[in-house]
Write a new protein. Structure first.
Lengths: 120, 276
């Protein structure tokens, strides 16, 4: 049930992305709507607000989790698309390992920034 | 039938002979068509009267054998199950089923499909070899248990679902709706104990999860089956198993011998007395 487990994680990642991206969108980009409902929001897209969020563990956690799930969901989906047009087992292996390596490198690179900002 | 009711229909039939170097081309035949005439009747008319070299597969002529699947006006149909007048047109284009290699003219090679079908182990698998080799009675099955898979037993293996499937068109290694539906048919059978063997085949990169749920297979199936539903139910089985939510069910036992028999209904009295 290996492929099934990967697929289930892919679906779960989609649902988690919807939630985490929803939080990001509402807090950062829909602040005018939050203000309409009486929430006290400052200019959330300013540099100062961004640095402030970067110092909060919850936000760093949300961004790292979002990055991980987006990378898995996107790359696993891309692998599925590429595999649909290839019949070669060798190409399948190359595609799989390339995407795994690119995914891990991107994750390390992408999560370094919020961790560095949190610890500074 | 009177000649006045005959209508002239032009058949544009795709011709291809692998022994020639010519690519497939369309050849036109004009035939007389009457009410109730099927596309297969038209092809038989062409073969008998106009061009005996035309090749197509046919057998039962009543939608049972699944031999005469072909692309009629760019949609896969059984030729024997499709009347010419359904199209309300004086021209019909007849081509071989797509997503299958062409052998000649309208004859496609269904062996790849049959090989995938075979890999699904389309038979009841049980581990009580003593009973399966020397059966003593039938296996118990309730009507509800039969209904879980009954519609999928009506598959005639015509290959129309595979031809309609957009995933089969782009992914040459995709197992296809026919085989996946048959996999579900046997996995859902309460008498069967071979789910592990089958699910390990469909739990692959080009297996059940590769179905995009276009639903074209269900729409095209000439027997009214719903292979897309079978694939989704198969996915559910696989997901339950992967998450450990599936309870191990023992296959149906053999029906126990009757312990008592009902007395026979007495023969009714004659209502008309013979007074002779």
């Amino acid at each position: 049930m290996r492929t099934t487990r990967f697929r289930l994680v892919h679906m779960l990642a989609g649902a988690v992305i919807a939630v985490l991206l929803g939080i990001h969108m509402v807090v950062i980009h829909l602040d005018s709507i939050l203000r309409f409902f009486g929430a006290n929001t400052a200019n959330t897209t300013s540099w100062q607000a961004m640095i402030e969020r970067a110092g909060q563990g919850t936000w760093v956690g949300i961004y790292i989790a979002l990055l991980a799930f987006v990378l898995y969901h996107g790359f696993y989906g891309l692998r599925g698309v590429i595999l649909e047009v290839t019949t070669s087992a060798k190409t399948t292996r190359i595609v799989t390992w390339t995407l795994i390596i690119v995914g891990i490198v991107t994750f390390i690179w992408g999560s370094y920034v919020p961790i560095a900002l949190l610890s500074s | 039938m009177a000649n006045s009711s005959l209508k002239q229909i032009t058949f544009k039939v795709q011709r291809y002979n692998p022994e020639d170097s010519n690519p497939p081309y369309l050849e036109e035949f004009t035939i007389p068509s009457s009410r109730g005439m099927t596309v297969l009747d038209g092809l038989i008319y062409i073969k008998e009267n106009l061009d005996s070299t035309l090749s197509f597969r046919t057998s039962c002529r009543m939608g049972i054998c699944g031999s005469c699947g072909m692309l009629i006006n760019n949609y896969p149909h059984l030729a024997c199950h499709t009347q010419i007048e359904e199209f309300h047109s004086n021209t019909l284009t007849v081509k071989p089923l797509p997503n299958q290699p062409i052998i000649k003219d309208l004859v496609v090679d269904l062996m790849p499909m049959f090989n995938v079908h075979k890999s699904m182990k389309p038979y009841i698998i049980r581990h009580d070899t003593k009973e399966t080799e020397n059966p003593t009675a039938e296996f118990a099955q309730t009507p509800e248990e039969v209904n879980a898979f009954l519609q999928f037993t009506y598959c005639i293996k015509c290959g129309i679902c595979v031809s309609a499937c957009p995933t089969s068109a782009s992914d040459k290694l995709f197992l296809g709706p026919q085989a996946l539906a048959q996999c579900y048919r046997y996995c859902a059978d309460s008498r069967d104990d071979g789910q592990q063997e089958r699910l390990s085949v469909v739990d692959a990169d080009h297996g059940a999860w590769h179905c995009h749920l276009a639903g074209a297979c269900s729409e095209a199936c000439p027997k009214g089956l719903d292979p897309a539903l079978a694939i989704q139910l198969l996915k559910r089985q696989m997901a339950s198993q992967a998450l450990g939510l599936r309870r191990k069910k023992r296959p149906s036992p053999v029906v126990p011998p009757l312990t008592e028999t009902k007395p026979k209904v007495p023969f009714p009295e004659f209502t008309v007395k013979d007074n002779r």
